[in-house]
Design a protein around this ligand. Structure first.
Ligand code: FAD
Ligand code: NAP
Length: 326
């Protein structure tokens, strides 16, 4: 395991919209900044077709906004490297970040690891993953031209991605466990006005079925009547919510019971010098705009933290030099 000798002022873990903004703010304050990412810069935006609620753009493709934010983040000298972070070791003078192949030293840390799709947890889901089951319409939608698609969930993702899939599909059926959608009203209206979108209410998917090659049906149960049916499905897109990417940080005691990281209003966790932003944070709204806002706050707060830390360390060194030797 290589230990990188440089001591960074701040290392940002994760380069989604939150991490990229934090990297931009920190490096613009002249902090020695490194962004570590295990996937693609842009995070979940890479799996989003169109973003039309990020101020400044009437509408922009997720991957395009990712590229723009990545370019912006590096303009003041923030470094970027591949790194799959496994552990944080706290320390006062510096902290350590352990990745799969290197250990980095840094004065402060911004955790911006976001969230990942939740699994349904039904038989057939794992078996047909990549063979009809998908969690990413942008990645896999085009494989389902003129096919019948089922979308599971009732939030923004299910409804927005369901409508997106109609450009390929013969028909998109959104299966929701209640009789009212959680999604924003504007997205609901779009789905209700789309001839290719149908809804099955009060219903859960109990099993995903198929032949040796791919999925061909879902086994459904109406939660009010308990009636079960077999519903044809060439593709099953699952959007049933998010899980925080925070397993590596649970031992630090900074997460709640579900794994969301708790912070104060400057994005600092209860451990001095460790900050958290964006979707991984305990927050009432998870959007590109909120991740960016969190990133700017944390990027600014780390500057104050690093300044104060170096002043304190300097004072301690001066005091220890001045102390009489007895
Ligand atoms: P993320 O975007 O999740 O990025 C986190 C990054 O951290 C990832 O790149 C990941 O690879 C990396 N990472 C994770 N763990 C580690 C580790 N251990 N080591 C190193 N790197 C790590 N929001 C909108 O505002 N408008 C929309 O239209 C919209 N559409 C959406 C559509 C879908 C289908 C989905 C799923 C979400 C959508 N969102 C939308 C929500 C938005 O994408 C998120 O709120 C936003 O991306 C969160 O940003 P983030 O930086 O916190 O995290
Ligand atoms: P979400 O808002 O948590 O919605 C999850 C949906 O799945 C809910 O409707 C929920 O039902 C349902 N569900 C949960 N567990 C289930 C299960 N086991 N079986 C069946 N259904 C289940 O998640 P999301 O839609 O992925 O959105 C995540 C975040 O990204 C949100 O903050 C959202 O605003 C954001 N986002 C924003 C946009 C946008 O702004 N355009 C687009 C996509 C996502 P209940 O309703 O009954 O709880």
């Amino acid at each position: 395991m290589e230990t990188v000798e440089t001591i960074y002022d701040v290392i940002v873990i994760g380069a989604g919209p939150g991490g990229l903004t934090a990297g931009l703010y920190a490096s613009r304050s002249n902090l020695k900044t490194l962004m570590l990412e295990r996937g693609l810069p842009g995070g979940q935006m890479n799996n989003t077709a169109e973003i039309e609620n990020y101020s400044g753009f009437k509408s922009i493709m997720g991957p395009d906004l990712s590229t723009k934010m990545f370019e912006g983040a590096k303009q003041f000298g923030a470094e970027y490297a591949y790194g799959d972070v496994k552990e944080i070791i706290d320390g006062r003078e510096f902290k350590q970040i352990v990745t799969s192949n290197k250990t980095f030293k840094t004065r402060s840390i911004i955790i911006a690891t976001g969230a990942e799709h939740k699994k349904l947890g039904v038989p057939g889901e794992a078996e047909f993953n990549g063979r009809g089951v998908s969690y990413c319409a942008v990645c896999d939608g085009a494989f389902f031209r003129n096919k019948d698609i089922v979308v599971v969930g009732g939030g923004d993702s299910a409804v927005e991605e369901g409508v997106y899939l109609t450009q390929f599909a013969n028909k998109v059926t959104i299966i929701h466990r209640r009789d009212a959608l959680r999604a924003q009203k504007i997205l609901q209206e779009r789905s209700f006005n789309n001839d290719k979108v149908e809804f099955v209410w009060d219903t859960v998917v109990e099993e995903i079925k198929g032949d040796v090659i791919k999925t061909n049906a879902v086994h459904l149960r109406n939660v009010k009547t308990n009636e079960t049916t077999e519903f044809p499905a060439d593709g099953v897109f699952i959007y049933v919510g998010l899980l925080p990417n925070s397993d590596q940080f649970r031992s630090l005691g900074i997460t709640d019971a579900e794994g969301w990281i708790e912070t104060n209003e400057t994005m600092e966790t209860k451990i001095p010098g460790i900050f958290a932003i964006g979707d991984v944070r305990k927050t009432p709204l998870r959007q590109v705009a909120t991740a960016v806002g969190d990133g700017s706050l944390a990027g600014n707060a780390v500057f104050n933290y690093v300044e104060e830390l170096s002043e304190n360390l300097q004072k301690e060194k001066t005091v220890s030099v001045d102390l009489p030797i007895n």
